[in-house]
Design a binder for this molecule. Sequence first.
Ligand SMILES: Cc1cc2nc3c(=O)[nH]c(=O)nc-3n(C[C@H](O)[C@H](O)[C@H](O)COP(=O)(O)OP(=O)(O)OC[C@H]3O[C@@H](n4cnc5c(N)ncnc54)[C@H](O)[C@@H]3O)c2cc1C
Length: 428
Amino acid sequence: MNLSAPKGVAVIGGGWAGLAAAVKASQLGYQITLFEMAPHLGGRARSLAPTDTGPRLDNGQHILIGAYQASLSLLETVGVELSQSFLRMPLRLRYPHHEGLHLPPGPPLLSFVRGILAYRAWPLAARLSLLLTATGWLLRRFDCASTLSVSTLTAGLPAIVRQELIEPLCVAALNTPADQASAKVFLRVLCDALFSGRGSADLLLPKLPLSALLAEPAAVWLSARGVDIRLNTRVQVLAQCSGGWCVDGQAFEQVLLACSSAQAASLCAEIAPAWALQAGSLHYQPIVTVYVNSPGSRLPAAMVALQEGDGSPAQFAFDLGQLGHAPGLFAFVVSGAASWVERGLAATGEAALRQALAEFSWNTPPQVHRVLAEKRATFACTPGLQRPPASIKPELWAAGDYVDGPYPATLEGAVRSGFRAANNLGPV
Ligand SMILES: Cc1cc2nc3c(=O)[nH]c(=O)nc-3n(C[C@H](O)[C@H](O)[C@H](O)COP(=O)(O)OP(=O)(O)OC[C@H]3O[C@@H](n4cnc5c(N)ncnc54)[C@H](O)[C@@H]3O)c2cc1C
């Protein structure tokens, strides 16, 4: 055991929350040690190890929106050129066989109204019903009872609006089916998309593999500022010690716990049992990504919404060629995928392939390249969910997408909580 006086700040976990916390704490002048149990940084938003034979795959396709100000500011801080790194476009839900709803460029609220009114694929009554309902949300400041589900909130809307807009947006933003998803959190994301200024509803699709987007530039940035990054180092014991916290026997003045909720719960089981119980009782939703390859083929857009159904698992398909990093490779994303994980990955891959054949025309026969399942992709963002607070004990702070906050499990939720935890450290 190292018995020297506590020194500096330990950040435990090198996902987007831990990286945000380390960057902010380093900017504040703290001496940081970052522990990450994996051989790489990035957590649940990372690229897999490169192979000799194929393109570098991500653990799952990620999308951001223009309202994700904290994430975009983190990327800029570590030197990422945003205009080069994303395909940015006004919100558009393109379907395989029709153009789908899209919001024209401009101030978000105005573009929402214009986009809805101009969308003739829906009967006028459906468009007016959505605008009227959205006006009600606006008047109630996009807030509602925490016990409401998205399905209940939107029950009065015509079926076509629920199926083509609400349900895909809900599963994309909350990774939770509308009948189980928190209406309060859904409204918060919608509010930020419509009211955080010009471009806040834009979709941002990464043009780089995820690790090249944040983990790698952040590692360079942090190393250049003297941050001690310890990969392959799983923290086993967190204990109070005189003047601070011991992380596997090494003493630190303060700790930012930025690992997954399950790991955080286990590390805090004895030091903060009530907090650990709350963190450990969150339920998780899986996401499955079916990578399909078909050299020479192209989807009608970089991102296409799909109608999921009993035999059709995916809600979105992405053309990685149009995103500039893997021509001929396509990601079919199955969010809220619990029932598909039960059926098995091979069956999910085959079903996604059948869906791909039914929905698109291909220049060469598509084949399943790889099926990836993240079984604990995001916490289930259900009505009335109590999430653990950021403050665990004096000088011990939690960061992570699951920590109490307005956002669902997203990159933005993770980054905001990382910044917030670092700001809690106080002056150096
Ligand atoms: C397939 C998939 C698709 C997604 N799509 C989107 C999307 O489109 N848009 C969006 O905004 N979000 C999306 N998300 C959610 C987003 O990825 C997460 O919200 C975010 O990455 C969570 O970051 P985090 O830092 O809170 O947690 P994590 O990424 O889980 O980071 C925790 C880190 O702690 C490390 N760790 C754990 N225990 C220890 C220990 N004892 N010692 C040391 N290190 C430890 C882990 O290895 C990990 O690196 C998606 C997630 C998945 C899985």
